[in-house]
Design a protein around this ligand. Structure first.
Ligand SMILES: [Zn+2]
Length: 119
């Protein structure tokens, strides 16, 4: 039975479920895939931190109102956030850590800080 190594691509003989030609290839493969995960996590953390900085800079007093484009101009990425909060009225605020926002129909956003709604 000839297999092809997941890391180097060389064919080798072994059990059908064997995926690597050597221990070294297996170790390298797992090391690199772990490294990629760490890289992705690091990049996402950077985006979240940046989003948080942008929100905090635009919301120094705990509550403010800005246009969506102001956030976009500063590099805010709306698809990255840490959690959401639904108010009693059913409005859903999106948070990056303790800084939250909601985008209204007129494209203006209300920025809030977590302590503003915690009971
Ligand atoms: Zn190999």
């Amino acid at each position: 039975m000839s297999n092809s190594c997941l890391h180097c691509g060389n064919s080798f003989f072994g059990r059908a479920d064997k995926k690597f030609c050597s221990d070294q290839c297996r170790a390298t493969y797992h090391y690199q895939s772990q490294k990629d995960h760490n890289g992705i996590i690091r990049r996402i953390n950077q985006i979240l931190k940046r989003n948080h900085q942008i929100l905090r800079a635009l919301n120094p007093n705990g509550k403010s109102r800005v246009h969506k484009n102001t956030l976009l101009d500063k590099g805010f990425k709306f698809s990255y956030h840490t959690n959401t909060f639904t108010t009693k009225n059913g409005h859903i605020y999106t948070f990056c850590y303790d800084q939250g926002y909601i985008v209204w129909e007129d494209d203006y956003c209300t920025l809030v800080e977590r302590q503003n709604y915690v009971e």
